[in-house]
Write a protein that binds this ligand. Sequence first.
Ligand SMILES: Nc1ncnc2c1ncn2[C@@H]1O[C@H](COP(=O)(O)OP(=O)(O)OP(=O)(O)O)[C@@H](O)[C@H]1O
Ligand SMILES: [Mg+2]
Length: 573
Amino acid sequence: MSLKLPALRFNRTFAFGAALILLAAGVLIGTLSEQAYRAQKLREIEIQAAIVAESVTAPLMFNDTAAAQDLANALAANPQVRAVSIYGADGVLAAAYRRIGDDTALPTRPEISEPRFQSAFAEITRPALRDGQTQGFVYLRFDRDSVVARLARYAAIGLLVIMAALVLIVAGAAQGALARANEELLAKANALADTNAQLNKEIEQRQEAEEALLQSRKMEAIGQLTGGVAHDFNNLLMVIAGGLRMLEKQNEERRAKAMEAMKQAVDRGAGLTRQLLAFARRQTLRMETIDAGRQLTGMREMLERSLRADILLDMAIAPGLPPIKTDPGQFELAVLNLAVNARDAMQKGGLLTITANAAHGGRTVEVIVKDTGTGIAPEILERIFEPYFTTKQIGEGTGLGLSQVYGFVQQSGGDVRIESEVGHGASVILSLPASDEPLPAPAPAPAIETAQRPRAVLVVEDDDGVADTVQSMLDELGHKVTRARSADEALQFLSRDGGYDFVFSDIVMPGGKSGVELAQDLARTKPTLPVLLTTGYSGNQDIDQRYPVLRKPYQIHELQAAIADLMRRSAHP
Ligand SMILES: Nc1ncnc2c1ncn2[C@@H]1O[C@H](COP(=O)(O)OP(=O)(O)OP(=O)(O)O)[C@@H](O)[C@H]1O
Ligand SMILES: [Mg+2]
């Protein structure tokens, strides 16, 4: 790209030309007015001479030289007259007057002449006539203005002309300098435009390179993810497969052991999917307004159990924190993941500090988990949030902890950053937006009877295997179960028999109404009938925040808690 300035209309040559023309005009005006002055002067001389000649005729006719001399003397009164000589008709001098200081001799004989200028004066000789007869001659010599006086007359014009010329010259010179500066500016602007274009190109190239790098990182992460998931789930499946074989052997002690190992494997698998979903951001958060301080204080015992004896836990929770809106379960999981990371980074013991305080003028709550461990090397710092990125041995870490933290923080509308110095520990700072909503009033403690009273449950589940499991759990909890294979079947049962305490329905049932649609139908037809939903996979679009959802796989105590919660809610809506 190159820039163009408009052509300059005023240049130096023009300025000098104009100055010259002005000077010439000045000279011309001067010359013309000098000429006018001379013509005027000569006419004056001529008139004067005519008057003198007229008045001298009588004395000359009568040869009265005394009267002629008186006349000549009288002319001394005129300051412009330098000298006068009067001659008789024969050309003989009759009378004369010469001002003191005039050192030019008077003509001895008259020689008729028109008025004319000499270098220092003007003169005229003319006859004195009477009735066409020459009676004598008159010679007059006048002062002419000095050069200085004449110059002074034109000084004003001259000055103006000179000033105009000067202004033009200065303007011309300035214009020249301006034009040069403009050219330089133009050159610089063009150079800048070139540099800018170059820079843009480099930025583009850099972006392309970064995208390529990102893409290859993504591929690497996906590779690690698939490998890691396969590895972990294979291990879990092995535990469960082995356990099932043990169960067949009917040895009481071994059976118990196998059952325990299988339960742990299932817990671990459930945790894995939870973390994966949180990272993939497909986990629906159960948003609640909570007090982060109270939540953290409540975690103290659990955190201490997760740490080792050589690690000191220090919690500093600022009083009166603004409430935040988040999923309390995910919040706790994130803090736990950070605490476990800190523990693993402090193999020789150390101090784990968890602080919570208001920041940004009360617009956010900052939760800081700080350790005195190994710190994080700068070259891995930007990778640690990737799923399955770990520096730990197989079986010691899956690399999903920080990806859960990342996914959770993103979904809560906050951000996370890490400050770390190798050898001096690391701090993870969760910054969560404060909520305007007030904290809910603490729920009244559930009456044990309410939670445990046997209930009539309508279970809606299309998969028989799952339905069997659910039924056995509900049986064990003492509830009375009716099974429906679809939402429509459930609606039929409900229209025949109104005696159900609540409906427990799967969300995704291919080929028919979903659990959410069923719940929405019931909200219209039977608004007092509580509905508990369950699902193994949760895309956000499937969920209606009005209904509680129990995530699969769940254990019997979780089901029990969910039912108690459901009953409490319907008793105190
Ligand atoms: N506080 C910390 N100090 C030093 N390094 C850390 C810290 N927190 C995380 N890291 C590094 O980041 C890596 C990724 O952490 P992340 O929590 O995602 O996975 P993990 O702890 O390896 O495995 P998982 O949490 O799934 O058991 C860790 O392997 C470790 O190298
Ligand atoms: Mg971890």
